[in-house]
Design a protein around this ligand. Structure first.
Ligand code: ADP
Ligand code: MG
Ligand code: MG
Length: 876
């Protein structure tokens, strides 16, 4: 069997092996810090491989681990001059989990292991601090009981709370040694009652129990959910770190804290953190006591403050990234317990990346790879309208920026339930814990009454890019009656509130939002991205407003302009209906003639904004019945306006009804049946161009796209129609116009027959929404009923409508690209549809050598950055 145990401090003959895959993130970074000469309490890591063996071997700790761990404990004893289980000078250890990638708070850690009724007395005598010894013991009993023995923590918390009430104190720190003695006895009774066994006094039993529990925590419900949300493979497993304890709870020259080397919310280069004097472990993040700002340590512990500042710099130089660290101070000595790359907001990610290039810590290529494209969403989406009226009902800490409105809900389950009904919610909790993770995911924003800037809610929300206001002590939450109070306001479950995670304000009702302003750093990252990317980025847009937004975000053309959206306008829908209800060709032509000027003007507007860039216009795609009235009242209105009878319209609706509209009379099939419709649309396009030419507007490159083609004959016929119309208009205005004709590839047959089709096409645009539907034979509108089961059962890794299914749909794209280019070398290739804005799908497009992606306006910057990352990753 390979080596399964690794020591942090590289003393003796141990290799300085260091890999996150084997040691987990926490272990690998502890080794690193020790190597840098930083003060790290001694200890060792049991590798992730051991976790694998544990699960393979019917969940028993492998023998080899037991013998080697014993040896390592001996080494720790030597370094600390303490002994595990000793009655004079006992060694205590922490048993900490640590996966390859950080899963904050997802798995379990046990502190103060090695305490029992006898060693606790030794600890008391040695430190002459009975309160400290008993406090440590009760913490250990609590943690061990919840993590290893599976007893709910509230049994213990309830005992403490009730005891404090009778004693008339508020803080845990006000309890004395005798108080803890009594509580420890009560704890033991609970354990006896729940497990029918005594709390284990054998320290070795404690150790193996804890190690096993850490392994088991890898498969806890919350860890599984976290992995699912973050796409972390189930087979990775967790490492276990066993480390000598240091104590932040021995008195007022002790403390425990967490810090970031830069501000994780804004990215500013400044000390950022929180600490608590005379406290241990999770006290800071648990939000039970409100911690102090790290900056105040400059007064309370100036020497340590300076030392910390120096360490921050050392760590940043080593990791070349912002670090999230955990430390403890024991009798004025600093100990480093953890470092890792810190989670940050999109805004901070960009600022830190750009600053680090300026500081020559990283290159601009690395900077590009540092920003998660998906998180840009939070920056690009609207912020609160300054001018809007706001009724502020409370304030808290600005824990994660962005504005969100929604219905108040008090439980994670309720937030999830409402999300399924497409309702926006704000999750309001006293404090959050890892059990709330799915609710936080489902909610639009999070509001907590307790907890600081590094509380669970704050860290998780920043990671998710969700607005969060934490520690709003003004709000009093009443879970039982499902309401919270703030001043004179009473907000009930279901009432709408707005939170602004940038300012920490909580407001009544839905506050309107405005376009955000884009920072200089953002433009810098984008310009670097543009420097490297090969894929062009276009937008899907059919209104002047959207087209303008997309241009401002850097769109290099329109990849999909859906003309049917232009038909739904109030003023024109009646002509559209008249056209559909016409009984003769002449009547239809008359109706179409009324539509033409509207379409022409739409195109002129869009062509102006696109100023010389390519614009792909898709000819009418949906089946005609989609435009007809649905209710009896609407039918009556239309009947009146068109001077027809109700029954006439009704029978036409019945005539046009389709069993399966997705596969019905739509796309190019309409063009074949009613060529006059496509002809009108082409006339509108070419006349718009003629008009632009007259007005000396730079001419766009029109790309006329014929949807739902599956055979070469279809496009041959329809291309003829386009060419003929173009010729007529050119003659009429005696001008020359350049244009392209192409097709969407959205049916498997089209992909396979791409060579024939390319004879008549200048470009292919992969309509990956329909191509995914038709390849899987899954209708997107109905897939909601079973997609979850498919993801759950690992049939699908990811929803194929979100990220391209590379092995199926992707293969068809590759086939079409290859066969198409075989026929026509100059064939231009792109994709439109939801996938065009999805980073994973964009990476695929880069590999498949497409020319461009097209996505919704707000995703244009995401696509630009993703395209650069895809290129840089491919080159690596
Ligand atoms: P998580 O992965 O949830 O952050 P950790 O293993 O980092 O869990 O442990 C949580 C906290 O317990 C740490 O932040 C630290 O304050 C405390 N802790 C862990 N190990 C030790 C130790 N050896 N001495 C003192 N405190 C410790
Ligand atoms: Mg933790
Ligand atoms: Mg930690």
């Amino acid at each position: 069997m390979e080596k399964l145990i690794f020591r942090f401090n590289n003393q003796g003959s141990q290799s300085s092996f260091n890999s996150k895959n084997v040691l987990g993130g926490k272990g690998a970074n502890l080794v690193q810090m020790a190597k840098l000469g930083l003060p790290v309490p001694p200890g060792f890591t049991i590798s992730t491989k051991a976790c694998e063996y544990f699960y393979k071997g019917s969940k028993r700790i492998p023998k080899k681990i037991v013998t080697e761990s014993k040896k390592e404990i001996k080494i720790i004893e030597k370094i600390t001059k303490k002994k595990f289980g000793d009655y004079q000078n006992p060694l205590l250890v922490s048993v900490r989990s640590g996966a390859r990638v950080s899963m904050p708070g997802m798995m379990d850690t046990i502190l103060n292991l090695g305490l029992n009724d006898k060693t606790v007395i030794a600890l008391k005598n040695k430190t002459s601090n009975g309160r400290f010894a008993k406090d440590s013991y009760r913490r250990f009993i609590q943690m061990y009981s919840t993590v290893v023995l599976g007893i709910k923590s509230y049994f213990f918390e309830e005992l403490i709370e009730n005891y404090k009430l009778t004693k008339g104190v508020i803080q845990d720190t006000e309890l004395e040694e005798d108080d803890w003695d009594g509580l420890i006895e009560n704890f033991k009774e609970v354990i006896k009652e729940k497990t029918k066994k005594k709390f284990p006094q054998d320290i070795n039993e404690q150790l193996w129990g804890a190690i096993k529990a850490v392994f088991l925590s890898w498969n806890s419900k919350r860890a599984k959910i976290y992995r699912k949300i973050n796409h972390i493979p189930d087979h990775w497993g967790t490492a276990v770190n066993v480390q000598a304890m240091v104590f932040g709870n021995m008195g007022n020259d002790c403390a425990t804290g967490v810090a970031f080397t830069r501000n994780p919310s804004t990215g500013k280069k400044e000390l950022f953190g929180e600490y608590l004097i005379n406290a241990q472990g999770e006290d800071v993040v648990a939000g039970t006591r409100t911690p102090k700002n790290l900056l105040s340590m400059n007064k309370s512990m100036p020497k340590i403050f300076q030392q910390l500042k120096k360490i921050f710099k050392q760590l940043e130089n080593k990791y070349k990234d912002m670090q999230d660290i955990e430390f403890t101070i024991e009798n004025n000595k600093l100990w480093m317990l953890q470092t890792r790359s810190g989670k940050r907001t999109a805004k901070a990610a960009i600022k830190i990346a750009v600053d680090m290039v300026k500081e020559k810590l990283i290159s601009n290529k690395e900077a590009i790879l540092r920003v998660n494209p998906n998180t840009l969403d939070t920056l690009l989406h609207p912020a609160l309208d300054e001018k809007a009226e706001k009724k502020i009902i409370a304030s808290g800490l600005p824990a994660s920026p962005g504005a969100a409105s929604g219905k108040v809900t008090f439980s994670a389950d309720e937030a999830e339930r409402l999300k399924e009904q497409m309702q926006d919610t704000i999750l309001v909790r006293i404090e959050t814990s890892p059990e709330d993770i799915n609710g936080m995911h489902a909610a639009k924003g999070i509001l907590t009454a307790r907890g600081g800037m590094t509380s669970h809610a704050a860290v998780v929300a920043r990671g998710m890019g969700k607005p969060c206001v934490s520690g709003s002590s003004e709000i009093k939450i009443d879970y039982e009656n499902k309401l919270f109070k703030s001043d004179d306001h009473e907000i009930k479950e279901g009432d709408v509130i707005t939170i602004d995670g940038g300012s920490g304000k909580v407001m009544l009702g839905k506050v309107p939002t405005v376009k955000p302003d884009i920072s200089e750093d953002f433009s810098k990252i984008m310009s670097w991205a543009d420097q490297y990317r090969k894929l062009k980025v276009r937008t899907n847009s059919e209104t002047p407003a959207d087209t303008k937004i997309a241009r401002d975000f850097g769109a290099e053309g329109i990849g999909l302009c859906r003309t049917e959206h232009m038909f739904f306008d109030e003023k024109r829908i009646i002509s559209v209906r008249q056209m559909i209800l016409s009984k003769t060709l002449d009547d239809r032509k008359e109706a179409l003639a009324k539509l033409l000027p509207y379409q022409r003007n739409d195109f002129i507007e869009i062509f102006k904004i696109m100023n010389g860039l390519p614009v792909t216009v898709r000819l009418l795609d949906p089946p005609l019945h989609e435009f007809l009235p649905k209710t009896d009242k609407d039918i009556d209105d239309v009947a009146k306006e068109l001077n027809m009878s109700h029954n006439d319209i009704k029978s036409r609706i019945i005539e046009l009804h389709e069993q399966n509209p997705m596969l019905g009379h739509r796309g190019c099939r309409l063009g074949i049946s009613f060529p006059e419709i496509y002809q009108m649309q082409c006339e509108a396009i070419f006349e718009a161009l003629a008009e632009c030419k007259k007005k000396k507007i730079k001419l766009v490159m029109p790309e006329i796209m014929i949807p739902l083609v599956s055979t070469a004959a279809e496009i041959q016929i329809l291309r003829n129609l386009v060419d003929k119309t173009a010729e007529e208009i050119q003659k009429k205005h005696s001008i020359k116009i350049k244009y392209h004709v192409g097709t969407m590839i959205e049916l498997p047959r089209a992909a396979i027959r791409a060579k024939d089709i390319a004879k008549y096409a200048d470009f292919f645009s992969f309509g990956t929404n329909d191509l995914t539907q038709t390849t899987f034979g899954i209708s997107r509108d109905d897939s909601g009923k079973f997609l979850n089961d498919y993801v759950e059962n690992k049939i699908f890794n990811k929803d194929p409508f979100v990220s391209i299914d590379e092995r199926g749909v992707g293969e068809l794209i590759k086939i079409a690209a290859e066969r198409g280019r075989l026929e026509k070398k100059s064939l231009k290739l792109g994709i439109c549809g939801e996938h065009g804005g999805d980073p994973a799908s964009i990476e695929f497009c880069e590999k498949a050598k497409l020319n461009y992606v097209s996505c919704s306006p707000y995703r244009v910057p995401i696509a630009r950055l993703s395209a650069a990352q895809a290129y840089l990753k491919k080159k690596k």
